[in-house]
Design a protein. Structure first.
Length: 109
């Protein structure tokens, strides 16, 4: 995957998370103390982000740099899911496991 494709993937993850939180590009730019154009260019994969702005963006979006850069969640991020799974009954845990297996087959996990 070329640099351009990588930047687009990272930008898509950032835009998706921003939208999930209901934030506008204007809100994110103000919280980061950067221009709206910088946020827009980053989300579109047109420009890379400086390390100090990556840290700010991750803080604003409450997301890990690992996920933003690679698309993979960290163990820490998944702790909440693990806690919820551990409280389920055995039949429900097995059902969730089957669902995860089916999704992984579909997405080649």
């Amino acid at each position: 995957m070329g640099e351009s494709a990588v930047l687009k993937e990272i930008g898509l993850r950032a835009a998706s998370r921003r939208k999930d939180l209901g934030y506008t590009q204007e809100y994110v730019s103000e919280a980061m103390d950067v221009s709206v154009q910088m946020v827009s260019n980053f989300e579109l994969g047109k420009k890379a982000i400086r390390p100090e702005n990556l840290i700010k963006l991750c803080d604003v979006l409450d997301i890990s740099a690992d996920y933003l850069l690679t698309g993979k969640h960290t163990v820490t991020e998944l702790t909440g899911i693990n806690e919820k799974l551990s409280s389920l009954s055995e039949p429900h845990r097995k059902l969730i496991e089957q669902l995860i297996d089916a999704l992984c087959e579909r997405e080649n996990c």
